[in-house]
Design a binder for this molecule. Structure first.
Ligand SMILES: *Cc1c(COP(=O)(O)O)cnc(C)c1O
Length: 235
């Protein structure tokens, strides 16, 4: 017997928070997918969480995707890549059945990804990561460049753009966090209005353990939650 019961309880807490945020913003909880951020989390805990009915997980390092692959292979689930992707790791990442890369943020990365996908004769779903907080330390394309970037990526035929992703500003100032999420939503609307061929903007991935309510209120379709479910990460 393991004692991973706390994981189930934490997921229930997250669902309560989603529900309350939905009530405030007149949304339905079914509109919001919960992605479990499993970085640094062991495969036994991940399997348990998936078994609670949450088959969508996110990893931010290619090495962790690789290390956990065999242990999770037989458990039906879906893996998203949510971290900074180095071009020299693309080939390796594509070995591991990742269904969506949420962190596409540079044209050289997009071109190298396209080239690899062509070689493998397959396609890949992506979200474009936008640096809405304008913090130097964050990855993501600048908001003013997002539309042009999506247009460029739309020409790469093996890459399917499905929406946008952002990390809200890390601050206690709720208005500043909200401004990040609102900016992402506005960018989405701008891109939709352009009607770019082959580009879908259905997914808005925003909100984490500390700010998911704000993200839900601002229109998130997917929230990415790690520490509030699995506990503080130990590196
Ligand atoms: C770690 C991480 C999260 C989850 O953060 P928590 O605060 O632990 O919920 C979400 N998104 C990305 C891109 C991350 O790297």
């Amino acid at each position: 017997m393991n004692n991973f019961e706390y994981i189930k309880q934490n997921i229930a807490e997250i669902n309560k928070r989603i529900t309350l945020a939905c009530e405030k913003s007149v949304r339905r909880a079914e509109e919001i997918k919960l992605l479990l951020v499993t970085k640094t989390v062991s495969p036994d805990k991940i399997s348990y969480a998936i078994g609670c009915g949450y088959p969508l997980i996110g990893e931010n390092k290619v090495q962790e995707v690789r290390d956990k692959y065999a242990a999770l292979e037989k458990i039906p689930h879906e893996t998203h890549f949510i971290g900074h992707l180095q071009t020299n790791k693309i080939k390796d990442l594509l070995r591991y059945n990742v269904s969506l890369i949420q962190s596409l943020d540079r044209i050289d990365l997009a071109q190298k990804l396209q080239s690899r996908l062509e070689t493998d004769n397959r396609s890949m779903n992506v979200l474009v990561q936008v640096n809405t907080s304008l913090e130097e330390s964050k990855f993501g394309i600048g908001p003013e460049k997002a539309l042009g970037f999506v247009k460029e990526v739309s020409k790469l035929k093996n890459i399917k753009v499905k929406g946008l992703m952002t990390i809200g500003k890390l601050t206690d100032n709720e208005d500043e966090v909200r401004a990040c999420f609102r900016l992402l939503k506005n960018l989405k609307n701008e891109i939709v209005a352009e009607g770019i061929e082959g580009v879908c903007m259905d997914e808005l991935s925003m909100g984490m353990s500390g700010d998911l309510e704000i993200a839900v209120e601002e229109g998130a379709t997917m929230i990415r939650v790690g520490s509030a479910i699995f506990g503080e990460r130990q590196y």
